[in-house]
Write a protein that binds this ligand. Sequence first.
Ligand SMILES: NC(=O)c1ccc[n+]([C@@H]2O[C@H](COP(=O)([O-])OP(=O)(O)OC[C@H]3O[C@@H](n4cnc5c(N)ncnc54)[C@H](OP(=O)(O)O)[C@@H]3O)[C@@H](O)[C@H]2O)c1
Length: 227
Amino acid sequence: MRIGILGAGGMADALGTQWARAGHEVMVSGRDPHRARERAATMTAQAQAQGQARVRVGADGVRAGTFAEAAGFGEVVVVAVRAAGLLDTLRAAGAALRGKPLIDVTNAPGPDAYDPTRPLARLIADVTGGHVVKAFNLCHVDVWRMTPPVFGGRLLAVPLCGDAPEAVAAARTLVADLGCTPVSGGGLERATLLEATAAFVIGLWFGGADAQAILPPLASSGAHQPG
Ligand SMILES: NC(=O)c1ccc[n+]([C@@H]2O[C@H](COP(=O)([O-])OP(=O)(O)OC[C@H]3O[C@@H](n4cnc5c(N)ncnc54)[C@H](OP(=O)(O)O)[C@@H]3O)[C@@H](O)[C@H]2O)c1
């Protein structure tokens, strides 16, 4: 799959390196072309060093470009920029985003800054006309560098919220390529809840609480057993 990433920061690095290692073609992008090229070179080196012998990182390695180039390059485009730069980034990415699967990993800048009346995923969908799937926003960037993320012997599950079946299917593939388990979180309207969950658990973590410990296992979830 060709994956364009809007962003060349930590999340672009962590996720993009894993996907390059899994055999996808990846392009990162940022405001500063030099910094984006440096990021792409580091990602290529990491993907090649850690990839299994059978995995071939594309001949050109991870590519770097402008936001518009990454938007045009990707069959799937990942939105991985700071919320402060979101609108400018989407405008710079331009019309190529219309109708494409867009994986939105963004969060509010801090747990107290989340505004439930202005969900980021909905903003991205409205501005771009893309098929947005919210994903990967619940865990710290270092979790996305783990191969695979396993905690207490359990593979990490990654909730996905999106409406378009093809976009959700692409997101499921990208989750599985990290060695994680995709979990259907419902339609795009539920992305607000996913963003609120991130704000809530990040607030707990900032306070030193073990957010994982607040929820019981499925067997103790009352009457809500799987059908
Ligand atoms: N870090 C985490 O643990 C984590 C976890 C889950 C979700 N997220 C979310 O993922 C997104 C990316 O996070 P990150 O950790 O990759 O951030 P980061 O390392 O700081 O990278 C930020 C990226 O955003 C771009 N950007 C565009 N406009 C910007 C502006 N006005 N101000 C700041 N940056 C701007 C930067 O471009 P340049 O390259 O040109 O600087 C850079 O590529 C954020 O929405 C964040 O909330 C982060």
